[in-house]
Every structure is written in C-alpha cells, then in structure tokens.
Design a protein around this ligand. Structure first.
Ligand code: TDO
Length: 190
C-alpha cells in the first residue's frame, strides 16, 4: 500500500498494490500495520459500510459532530465516482477548501478522510458500489450535512447539475455558512 498526502495534507490517498496473474488479481485492500506506520498512530475502524447508487446519484456532503465524528476510509469496487472531502475544521488553515479525486474499480484508489471533514461523492458511471470503513459508529442525532452546490465551496462535481439525484435529506442541506462546524484540534485522526 502506498500513501500520499494531498493538497490538504491530512487527506491521504491510499494506493494498494495489485498482483495480476492468469487467474485474475490479488490485492491487500486494507492493512492496519501499514496505515499505523504511515500515520504514526492507530485508527480503530469499527464499522464497514456499503452503498450502491445509480448514475448521477450524489450522496453528501455529510459529517457527524463530535463525539461521533468519523474518520472514513473510502473506495469503489464497481464503477467510478468523484469523491470530495471538505475541510470544516474551525481554525484550520484550509478551512472551507476541498480535495476531489476520482475513485474507481479500475484505479482502486482509496481516500482517507479525517474527522472534521464533510464528505460526499457523485456517481460518474452507470452504477457504483461504494465501500468504506468508519472509526465511530453511526449516530443519526449527530449526522449533519452541507449543500453540495454551495458556490462558497466551489466544487466542480464534473457532472451536469440537471443529472444529479439527491436524497430528500440532501435536497435541503444548509449552506456552508450556516453549517455547524467545530474545532477538531490539531490531530484530526484522534
Ligand atoms: C450512514 C448510515 C446510514 N444508515 C441508515 C440511515 C438511513 O435510513 C439509510 C440511508 O442513510 P443516508 O441517506 O444518510 O445514507 P448516505 O447518503 O449514503 O450517507 C452516507 O453518505 C456518504 C457520503 C458518507 O460520507 C457517509 O458517512 C454517509 O453519511 O441508512 C445507517 O443505518 N447507518 C449508517 O452508518
């Protein structure tokens, strides 16, 4: 597994090694020790999630407030998505900035999205199956969102807005300015 810090350095691109042969391929998709060594400490993932979505489905932007904030390790096993992480850590030098990266069944890239980031993705293929680990359990009372199309965030979702499909919840998410943000401290993974 190779790790690379992105423009917001706490967001980490994880690229697994793939061993192809006549049978197909083998790949380690998660290795606790490798991640711990890269970060210098341990993230305790406690829940695995999977979602399937059709073309144009956009889920996000979502986050949970402390004490239920979540680190997410996300990947795609079918299709391709544009994945976005927005820094909502009050006081952060990159507050309000985002990273966007294509994740697909072909490139096998994974994104480590820290606590204190709002996360979302849009499906660019006919269908996508999205898998992710989280390090804190789901708690709907602490679940929050931000409007994906808030111009203050300036996210290019690489898809015509008329093709975007949202859940009823995501249709009425607040603007970033109105969103509940929090000081997540200096170490977003802890
Ligand atoms: C996220 C989640 C949802 N649910 C339930 C609640 C609801 O009935 C149903 C669908 O929930 P949602 O509409 O919130 O699902 P979804 O829009 O897929 O929410 C997800 O979006 C992506 C972008 C994320 O980053 C995730 O953390 C999560 O917020 O599943 C759980 O039981 N556990 C969970 O961990």
């Amino acid at each position: 597994m190779n790790f690379k810090r992105l423009d917001i350095p706490e967001v980490i691109l994880c690229q697994p090694q793939v061993f192809g042969d006549d049978r197909g391929y083998f790949s380690e998709t998660f290795k606790q020790q490798a991640l711990d060594e890269f970060l210098g400490y341990n993230i305790n993932f406690c829940q695995d999630n999977e979602s399937k979505s059709g073309s144009g489905v956009l889920r996000g932007l979502h986050y949970q407030l402390p004490p239920f904030a979540q680190t997410k390790l996300v990947r795609v096993i079918k299709g391709r998505v544009l994945d976005v992480a927005v820094d909502i850590r009050k006081g952060s030098p990159t507050f309000g900035k985002h990273v966007a990266i294509e994740l697909s069944e072909t490139n096998k890239k994974q994104l480590l999205v820290p606590r204190g980031f709002a996360h979302g993705f849009v499906v660019l293929s006919e269908e996508a199956i999205f898998l992710y680990k989280v390090d804190n359990r789901y708690n709907p009372e602490y679940d929050r969102g931000i409007a994906f199309d808030d111009t203050a965030l300036g996210i290019d979702w690489k898809i015509d807005k008329s093709h975007v499909q949202l859940s009823p919840k995501d249709l009425k998410q607040p603007l970033f300015e109105q969103a509940e943000v929090f000081d997540f401290g200096t170490d977003p993974y802890k």
